[in-house]
Structures are given as structure tokens and as C-alpha cells.
Design a protein around this ligand. Structure first.
Ligand code: PLP
Length: 458
């Protein structure tokens, strides 16, 4: 295996990293990570980092879990990968069967792929083709929320609402309707000082008016609405009330519009229930899953849909009604074996619900930030929390963009055994469900130190 210097040499000369301004690394090296154990990661010099972002929101049981390694090894002995057209295999079937126990029975058809963006692309294409197949050919457009994120491929970007990521690509994006975001953290109708889980905002859900107008005026040409349920993740771990989702479901049903819920980030316990949509008591027509599906070990995704959708493609008309879509690594057997074991462990542990005490402790840790004047809003649900860094909350002053306060906080965090990757000026924790109380305490003790220090240096 390559040592640290060999790795860095190749990296510096040839590798281009995601979501990274490579010039930021002109005078410093990326971390060479070589080992993971539980919620801890170790670099080539043996330095430890808490995986405070769950390796981009996907790790569930911690790194190197013996049962997940065992499942992977056992599957590798049997079958690594095979095409999934006209062929099936036991780990795919077990994954689906275990997942069904967490889902409303009406969500009963499962289409595999290999990452979050593909899971949303598939839902969009299927929703589009569904209406073509049933003869309602004018229903070709989509509605998405401002500040939404559904992945970086062209289709997923077309329903993305984050200007920084999506505006430049406007000529490549298909025409869709954007509705105002239910972003409680920046909302002027909010009565509460801090958003927390957005269950007590004291507003009349004024934000829903925008969605209602878009849908009522255009429903005849709208195939589906796509949304991240209860949390717009890339928008800054921004929570919104379940009532928004209930109204959205009722209206889409009234107007004959499909509802796609993207639980790529919120699924598998992250917000304190197995899925976020169940908190609102709604059932979508499509559900998009990835990240925690395979516990953060291997690329895997699912698009789940109702029987009626599936039936609209089930036909003797092979040319006209078939869903011509697939990926080489669809339902990769190794990834499915880990997913099946992950779901089995979640079932056995009763996670996340059995971890209410830990989630309450997390909330207390978040409350401690109220005393810092450099913290604007504070948010928390389940295993996800975030704070917005500001120059002064009491004086209502934000940090200018050039300050790069989030990036500076990240640099300070890696000197303090944390990986606090920012979203602009927002610092967040997206913890593996396996974190224990002592680890949680240490993570927040260090986080408090990092945030205080960086703010004092400005
Ligand atoms: C809600 C949501 N949807 C889709 C995606 C895209 O997933 P992937 O990065 O696996 O393509 C993400 C990634 O963060 C996400 O948060």
C-alpha cells in the first residue's frame, strides 16, 4: 500500500477533489486518512479526528464495524457483482425485505442505483414517464424548493435551488418551477429566538403560499413536486415544520401531482425517526434513499415507489412503456450485503428511537451555544445540529463573505480532532448513530473551544 508521501505526491500532481477550490491546497496538504474505528478516523501520522460529519452524512454504525465487515467478506466469497438486468441475488432481496418493515406498505416497488443523485434522477424520469404512459402527456414539469439540493447531475441540478451550486449551469437545466423555501432559520415570520427543530416557530406557515400558488396555477403541466422532508441539508441543515409537508401532500393529492421525497440525507435515523416523512405522517409517491442505506460503507441507492407507478410501466408494449434506465453497478451485491446487515442491526438496536437519551443530550449541547454572541441561529433534530456563525448576534451583524469564517473554523477544527466542514457560515454536526455519550461530550467540548477561538481571532 502507498505510504503518506507516495499518496500525497500522486494527489498533488493528479487528483482533483470534489467541492474543493484546489488552490486552497497550494500551501497545505489534504489529510491522508488511513483508518477508521467507530466514530474516529486516523491519519497517516496516527492523529485522530472525530467523524463529526459522518463522512458526508452517510456513516451510521461507525467505521470498521465487525458485523458489516463480516457481511462484506462473506459476500465477497460468494459473488462480488453481476448485472442486474434479468438477474437477481439474495442480498438485494434481503435489503428490500428488511427495508419494507420501515415503510408504509403502499411504498412497495424498489429500483436500485448507486448514489443519491441517481436516486433522484430516477424518480424524476419515472414521474415524467408515468404521466406519458397513462396518457397525460402535458404533465412534464417539476416543482422544487428554493435552497433545495438533490445532487449534482444535470437532472438533479434542474431541481436544485442553491444559487452557488446551480445558477451557473442555468442553460443546462430543464425548465422547472421554484417555490419559496420554508427556511425557518432566516424567516421573518419566525417568533422563536432560535429555530431548533422548527416545531415551535410560532408562524402561520406563510411560506406555503408560494407553493400553493405555483401548484394551483400550473398543476395541469406539473408531473411532480420534489422536496427534502423536514430538513434542507445543503441549505445549512435548515429545518422546517411537519405541517408544511402535510399541506404539500394534501395539495398534491388534490391536484393530481406526484410527490417525490428525497430522504438521501434524512433517512436511516438521522433526524431521530427512521425516516423524516413519518414524523409528518405523510406517504410520498416516490422515496429517494442512499447514504445511510449502506451504512456509509459502499455506494448504493434506491428509488421506492407506489404500485400504481410500477403498473403504468408494466406492459406488452416493450418499446413504449419500458423504463430505459440503468447503471452498471445497479444493486451491487457487495453493497447490498452491507445494506442488509445495516438494516438488520438498526432493527435489532431499535435505532434511532432507542437513543432518545443521547438525542436529548445532543440538544443540551446545542443549547450551550446560546451564550455565544458569535452564534446566530441554533438548530437540532436527532443526530443533526447546526449553528450559524455571525459577527454579533446582539448587534445583528453578519460576517462578510470574504471573512470565510466557515472555512477558518474548519481549519481550526482539524487541529482539534474534529472535521467541522462548513456550509458557508454554518457549522454543523451530522453524527453517526453509534456515537456514545462520552464521545458526544468530547466533540462538543472541542467544538465550543474551536468556535470561541475562531470568533475571538476575527
Ligand atoms: C438530500 C440529498 N439528495 C441527494 C444528494 C446527492 O447524493 P450523492 O452525493 O450521493 O449523489 C444529497 C447529497 O448530499 C443530498 O443531501
Amino acid at each position: 500500500m502507498y505510504d503518506k508521501q507516495q499518496t500525497l505526491k500522486v494527489d498533488r500532481e493528479h487528483i482533483w477533489h470534489p467541492y474543493t477550490q484546489m488552490k486552497d491546497y497550494a500551501d497545505r496538504d489534504p489529510i491522508v486518512m488511513v483508518r477508521g474505528e467507530g466514530v474516529r478516523l486516523y491519519d497517516a501520522d496516527g492523529r485522530m479526528y472525530y467523524d463529526t460529519v459522518a463522512s458526508w452524512w452517510c456513516n451510521v454504525h461507525g467505521h470498521g464495524h465487525p458485523r458489516l465487515k463480516q457481511a462484506l467478506q462473506a459476500q465477497a466469497e460468494q459473488l462480488d457483482h453481476v448485472l442486474f438486468a434479468g438477474i437477481t441475488h439474495p442480498p438485494a432481496a434481503e435489503t428490500v425485505d428488511r427495508l419494507r418493515t420501515f415503510l408504509d406498505p403502499t411504498l412497495c416497488r424498489f429500483f436500485f442505483s448507486d448514489n443519491g443523485a441517481t436516486s433522484t434522477e430516477i424518480a424524476l424520469k419515472m414521474a415524467f414517464q408515468y404521466w406519458q404512459n397513462v396518457g397525460q402527456t402535458k404533465k412534464t414539469r417539476f416543482v422544487f424548493l428554493e435552497n433545495s439540493y438533490h445532487g449534482d447531475t444535470a437532472g438533479a441540478m434542474s431541481v436544485g435551488g442553491i444559487a452557488l451550486y446551480h445558477e451557473l449551469y442555468a442553460p443546462l437545466r430543464f425548465k422547472s418551477y421554484q417555490a419559496a423555501s420554508p427556511q425557518c432559520s432566516t424567516c421573518t415570520h419566525r417568533k422563536s429566538a432560535f429555530t431548533y427543530d422548527a416545531s415551535d416557530t410560532g408562524c402561520a406557515l406563510e411560506c406555503f403560499a408560494s407553493m400553493e400558488t405555483v401548484l394551483r396555477e400550473n398543476y395541469q403541466e406539473i408531473a411532480a413536486v420534489i422536496a427534502e422532508p423536514l430538513m434542507q441539508g445543503a441549505a445549512g441543515i435548515s429545518f422546517y415544520p411537519p405541517e408544511y409537508l402535510r399541506r404539500l401532500r394534501a395539495l398534491t393529492q388534490e391536484l393530481g401531482v406526484l410527490l417525490i421525497l428525497d430522504e438521501v440525507a434524512t433517512g436511516f435515523g438521522r433526524l431521530g425517526t427512521f425516516f423524516a416523512h413519518t414524523k409528518a405522517g405523510v406517504v410520498p409517491d416516490f422515496l429517494c434513499l442512499s447514504k445511510g442505506l449502506s451504512a456509509g460503507y459502499l455506494p448504493l441507492a434506491l428509488t421506492v415507489m407506489r404500485e400504481e407507478i410500477y403498473q403504468a410501466f408494466y406492459s406488452d408494449d416493450a418499446a413504449g412503456k419500458t423504463f430505459f434506465h440503468g447503471h452498471t453497478y445497479t444493486a451491487n451485491a457487495l453493497a447490498c450485503s452491507v445494506a442488509a446487515e445495516n438494516l438488520k442491526m438498526l432493527q435489532e438496536n431499535g435505532w434511532p428511537e432507542s437513543r432518545v437519551a443521547l438525542m436529548a443530550r445532543f440538544r443540551e449541547k446545542m443549547r450551550a451555544f446560546e451564550e455565544l454572541d458569535c452564534v446566530g441561529d441554533i438548530r437540532h433534530q436527532g443526530f443533526a445540529g447546526a449553528v450559524d456563525l455571525v459577527k454579533s448576534r446582539s448587534r445583528g451583524e453578519a460576517f462578510p463573505t470574504e471573512t470565510r469564517i466557515g472555512y477558518k473554523t474548519y481549519l481550526k477544527s482539524i487541529q482539534n480532532n474534529l472535521l467541522l466542514r462548513p456550509l458557508d457560515n454554518t457549522i454543523y454536526w451530522f453524527l453517526p448513530l453509534a456515537v456514545n455519550e462520552q464521545e458526544l461530550d468530547e466533540i462538543f467540548e472541542k467544538s465550543m473551544h474551536v468556535i470561541r477561538t475562531v470568533a475571538a481571532e476575527q
